[in-house]
Every structure is written in C-alpha cells, then in structure tokens.
Write a protein that binds this ligand. Structure first.
Ligand code: ARG
Length: 271
C-alpha cells in the first residue's frame, strides 16, 4: 500500500516536472506565432488597372491582379504590414496620396523629376521604356515616319511626354508635327488603334508586348525597340519616412530572397 502511494506521488511529481519544464520552455522560447498576434499596420495601394501585365482586373475574380499587385503584396509580407490594392483613375493616383485615400501608388509609374517634386519614389523596381506600335502593313516603318501622323497615348503619362518631344523634334526638323490623341486609360489607347482612329500608339514596351500576346487577332507590330529608358517606382507621400523605409527594405528583401524573380518570371518569363 505504502509502496503504491509512493509510486503515485513520485509519478505526480514527475508529471508536474514535465509540465512546468514544458511551460518554462515555452515562456523562454515563444513560438513564432505570438509575434504576429499584434494587429498589422494596413496600407492602401492604388493603380490604374488597364495596364496589363502590371495591373489589370482579373476576369474571374473581378479584383486587381498583376505584377505590381503581387509585388506590393510580397513587399508587405516581407516588411510585416497588410496591403489592400484598389483600382483608381490614372489622374487620381497622386491626388489620392495627398488626400490620404491611399498610401502607395503602385501603377507602373515611371520615376520622373516632375513627379518627384510632389511625391517620394521608392528605389526603382522595374526597367521599362517607351515604344510605338502600328497595324501590320502600315507604311510607318521607322519613328521618323510618324511625322504628320496621329498617335494615341494615355494622358499625362511618359508616353504622352515622349509624343510631345517627338512632335517638337519634327517641327524643329521642319516636318509636319505629331497629332496626339490623349485617353484617360491605357486600354482606350489600344482600342483607338484597333478602331482605326489613329495611325500609331506610344506606350510602355512591356504593356504593348502583353497586348500583342493577348490580342494576336488585332495584328499589331512593334517595328523598333524602345526609344526611352525608364524606371518604375512606388510613389509615397514625402513626409511618410517610415513607409519609405518599409517599402525599400521590403523590396531589397524580396530581391535577395528570390521572391521578386519568382513574380517577374510569372509575368515576363526568364530574365
Ligand atoms: N510608365 C508610364 C508613366 O509612368 C505609364 C504608366 C501607366 N500606368 C497605368 N497603370 N496606366 O507615365
């Protein structure tokens, strides 16, 4: 009897020792999960979603998708914040930062000196450039043949600015200028060429390439390589220094981890 009692006591002591030990270990070494228990900061990102493959509305989900959307999600994950991506008009993107409707513009936006007066750009995240496209069989064979022709661009984009420069160059060369038709969204630029409303379009090369891939029936061609070099950046309010850091550190992290390359390959294939 006494023996059984001793055994029971002994096992109880042992069991509690294991328990206490286990708990102590837990306290000293909290599982990773407890770290994320605090609610994450949420930032709102915006873009004009007719700019595939950077941002477009996914037909199945009806939600924004694309390289930029996945990029900012990966940056958010790497820097420990949450992000919601919203579709907005191109001309409302920078104003949305100023009226605090959004914290980040992730919209294939080229880093330019004029824009940098209003916003702070992240480190560059993509190298791009302007190119022009026409319908197959067009008499326009080189960029100089655009003199006196009509061209569609998205309003207030670097395509618009490139077209204005080209117009000025033609006029300097005593040639007829470029007739520029401006559209509020990137999709309408392509629609106008398709409808025969213009002779050519000027837009970002990766976006023209994506359009050609998705609409082979339109029979568009890109006769020459890109004629500008541009870098995309994420635009933020100048005063949000903490956000600048979250974005640049997150971008560096996903470049180092291979996550950036994974997203790049999904949309553009191997580098
Ligand atoms: N890269 C060009 C620019 O910054 C065009 C960007 C257009 N982006 C868009 N989502 N529509 O001016």
């Amino acid at each position: 009897m006494k023996k059984t009692f001793t055994l029971v006591v002994l096992s109880l002591v042992l069991i509690s020792a294991v328990f206490v030990g286990g708990c102590a270990q837990k306290a000293a070494n909290p599982p990773a999960q407890t770290k994320t228990d605090a609610p994450k900061r949420k930032l709102v990102a915006v873009g004009e979603c007719t700019f595939a493959p950077f941002e477009f509305i996914d037909e199945k989900t009806g939600k924004p998708a694309g390289f930029d959307v996945e990029l900012i999600q990966a940056i958010a994950e790497a820097s420990g914040f949450e992000v919601e991506y919203k579709n907005l008009d191109w001309n409302s993107l920078i104003p949305a930062l100023n009226n605090k409707e959004a914290d980040l513009v992730v919209s294939g936006m080229t880093i330019t000196d004029e824009r940098a007066l209003q916003v702070t750009f992240s480190d560059p995240y993509f190298t791009s450039g302007q190119a022009w496209a026409v319908k197959e069989g067009s008499p326009i064979k080189t960029i100089s043949d655009l003199a006196g022709k009509t061209v569609a661009v998205q309003n207030n984009t670097t395509g618009d600015y490139a077209a204005q420069k080209l117009d000025a160059r033609f006029k300097e060369e005593k040639k007829p200028g470029l007739i520029i038709k401006r559209f509020d969204n990137a999709a309408d630029v392509f629609n106008e060429l398709k409808a025969g409303g213009v002779d050519a379009i000027i837009s970002d090369l990766p976006v023209i390439r994506e359009y050609l891939k998705n609409h082979p029936e339109d029979k568009l061609i890109i006769p020459e390589p890109a004629f500008t070099v541009e870098y995309y950046g994420i635009a933020m309010r100048k005063q949000d220094k903490d956000i600048h850091e979250l974005i640049n550190k997150g971008l560096a992290k996903i470049k180092a981890s291979g996550k950036y390359d994974e997203i790049y390959q999904k949309y553009f294939g191997k580098k």
